[in-house]
Design a protein around this ligand. Structure first.
Ligand SMILES: [Fe+2]
Ligand SMILES: [Fe+2]
Length: 271
């Protein structure tokens, strides 16, 4: 006897009521926040014609500076992520609503991080803009997402990894304003992670075999979307300032993990 495998349309239809509940929970749990309230604009000054960026103005561990660049460029590729998620989950009903809300929230991340980094002159703005152009034009083709179950498993892993990356990068910044920016973004990523984590849990009920296979496959092949960034491998080779070993500078779960990760306090966090 051959077991029939449900199409993505059937799978998504069965999960839609759960997604609606999780979306409502997300709207209740998240708090409005404003990027401009976190950026220290009083520290800024104009870039004069012919001026070049001087890294000695803002001393920083090179691994942390590398993480900031990779984290921002990863956020910058939002148009491509929107396209991929629309293709996987559709543009109608709760899936489209969630995707548009998620996109609006994600848009704040590159706004606040870029404004902070430019205002404080923490990164070379010319190199940053050239890297952004490269990244957005290249898209992101490293993932293997054969069906919606793989899509859910991937984004659950990716949101968790992004949360850890932003949190740990902020934790290594000496500037309290920078810490605040990165922890604020990490809180958003945690809410995204909770949505997808619980969606994957529901998917295990709807189709256990397909979902377990999808989780196993995504854990096996997982890459962050930032792997398409120019010079990503060089960024990933920066040693961790605390461990003294080679690890990804910014975007993988192998890098530094916040204590709250282990205690579960993120689950209880609101805002
Ligand atoms: Fe983000
Ligand atoms: Fe996110």
């Amino acid at each position: 006897m051959t077991l029939s495998v449900p199409s993505d349309a059937v799978f998504l239809a069965e999960l839609a009521p759960v997604a609606e509940r999780l979306y409502e929970r997300h709207l209740e749990a998240t708090k409005e926040w404003f990027p401009h309230e976190l950026v220290p604009y009083s520290q800024a000054r104009d870039f004069e014609p012919g001026e070049t960026w001087d890294e000695s103005e803002v001393p920083m561990d090179p691994a942390v500076r590398s993480s900031l660049l990779v984290n921002l460029l990863t956020e910058d590729n939002l148009p491509f992520y929107f396209q991929v998620i629309t293709r996987m989950f559709g543009a109608d009903d709760v899936w489209g609503e969630w995707n548009r809300r998620w996109t609006a929230e994600e848009g704040r991340h590159s706004i606040v991080i870029r404004d902070y980094l430019t205002t404080t002159r923490s990164l070379d703005p010319w190199a940053l803009e050239r890297d952004r152009m490269h990244q957005v034009q290249a898209g992101f083709h490293g993932e293997t997402l054969p069906n919606a179950a793989n899509g859910f498993a991937y984004v659950a892993l990716q949101e968790l990894a992004t949360r850890i990356s932003h949190w740990n990068t902020g934790d290594r910044l000496a500037d309290p304003k920078g810490k605040e920016v990165m922890s604020r973004v990490a809180k958003d990523e945690n809410h995204h992670y909770l949505f997808y984590r619980d969606l994957v849990a529901a998917a295990l009920e709807v189709d256990p075999s397909m979902t377990v296979e999808a989780i196993a496959h995504q854990v096996d092949v997982f890459e962050m979307p930032g792997t398409g960034i120019a010079g990503f491998k060089a960024h990933a080779r920066w040693p961790s300032p605390t461990q003294g070993s080679t690890t990804s500078s910014s975007t993988t779960t192998r890098s530094w993990c916040p204590a709250c990760c282990a205690t579960g306090s993120w689950r209880r966090s609101r805002g």
